[in-house]
Design a protein around this ligand. Structure first.
Ligand code: AKB
Length: 339
């Protein structure tokens, strides 16, 4: 008999680390972890299987369903906003074609199993694109349907994949003679703000100046923050991000009024980030050395998002506000990590 499993792509990334730790504590959860690099040794005994492979490898995905009955897919694999700009077409292939491959797998599996496979997709504030700082200040907390004009390949990919998910959920093969629209994938997405983890350092993102500043200070390394001090975007700590993924996945479908939900925790400027880091690590050598191109990307992201739909539909609420994030999670855990 094939084993019922949860598939996590991009399992070795920042979110993958947090998600594996949480899901592995749930009873009867068998995790299949997929990533292009081998899974961290510390995570290997928490999963049933880890596979080194690419979401673009159709044969590999085909073999996966021969051996496993996939109930939920957390599709975390992605090339982030800064890295994607160095090779936009490759990023497009990984971010969009990779998602398409998994959506197709999910819809086929839903039909085989007679039950919808849940497809949990992390989208991003990068799906927004606000043209000027004046508009950004005036926009305040943006709702999901506002300012959907991303300026990065990653943002375009995220926005488009949200639509692909909606299509596979509701309209896939709508003209086929045997189309009954019953067993489709159950697509659910969250637009995440900048994420900060105490355990891992992000790579390739543009919100990375926050976590990079913090980890560099704890390691006693000098850091050049690439955005201006007054730059503001929303952030969230990893435990809340993982809680959100798991809560959305567990939510009854009939309560969900949307496919895509904003969530947020706190919005702070780079200067406020600096002040908190400096207070915790007074020796820290942090400078502001603005990279105008990356600055423009962050400037196009909202300073705050309206997450009332997530709060209403699936009782979303972060456990960590700004003070608690730094005082109870980030600073103690990061100190311990680099001791
Ligand atoms: C990035 O900076 O690309 C990501 C994101 C905001 O989605 N952290």
């Amino acid at each position: 008999m094939r084993q019922k499993v949860v598939l996590i792509t991009g399992a070795n990334g920042e979110m993958g680390h947090g998600l594996i730790q949480v899901l592995s504590k749930q009873a009867d959860t068998n995790i299949v972890a997929l990533d292009v690099v081998p899974l961290d040794r510390a995570l290997r005994n928490l999963v049933s299987t880890y596979i080194v492979g690419d979401v673009l490898d159709q044969m590999l995905l085909g073999r996966l369903v021969v051996e496993h009955e996939i109930a939920i897919i957390y599709h975390l694999a992605s090339i982030l906003s800064t890295k994607a700009e160095y090779n936009p077409e490759t990023a497009h292939r990984i971010n969009v074609e990779g998602t398409l491959n998994l959506l197709r797998l999910a819809v086929e599996q839903s039909q085989w199993q007679g039950e919808s496979v849940k497809f949990i997709y992390p989208s991003s504030i990068a799906a927004y694109g606000i043209p000027t700082l004046k508009d950004k200040a005036e926009a305040g907390a943006v709702v999901e349907s506002d300012w959907n004009f991303p300026t990065t390949m990653y943002g375009c990919n995220k926005l488009y994949c949200e639509h692909l998910g909606r299509y596979y959920n509701s309209h896939y093969r709508q003209l086929a003679a045997d189309h009954d629209g019953k067993q489709t994938v159950d697509f659910r997405a969250i637009r995440f703000p900048g994420l900060i983890s105490a355990e891992t350092v992000p790579t390739g993102g543009t919100s990375d100046y926050g976590p990079e500043m913090l980890h560099a200070a704890a390691r006693g390394e000098e850091y050049n923050c690439f955005v201006r001090p007054e730059t503001i975007i929303p952030f969230m700590v990893m435990p809340d991000a993982i809680k959100a993924l798991v809560c959305l996945a567990a939510s009854p479908k009939n309560r969900l009024s949307k496919f895509v939900y904003n969530i947020t925790s706190f919005s702070i400027t780079a200067q406020q980030f600096f002040d908190i880091v400096k207070a915790a690590f007074p020796e820290a050598k942090i400078h502001f050395a603005v990279d105008e191109a990356r600055q423009k990307i962050v400037d196009s992201w909202p300073e705050c998002v309206d997450d009332s739909a997530a709060r209403n539909d699936w009782d979303w609420s972060p456990d960590y506000d700004c003070e608690r994030s730094f005082e109870e999670y980030l600073i103690p855990a990061i100190r311990k990590r680099y001791q």
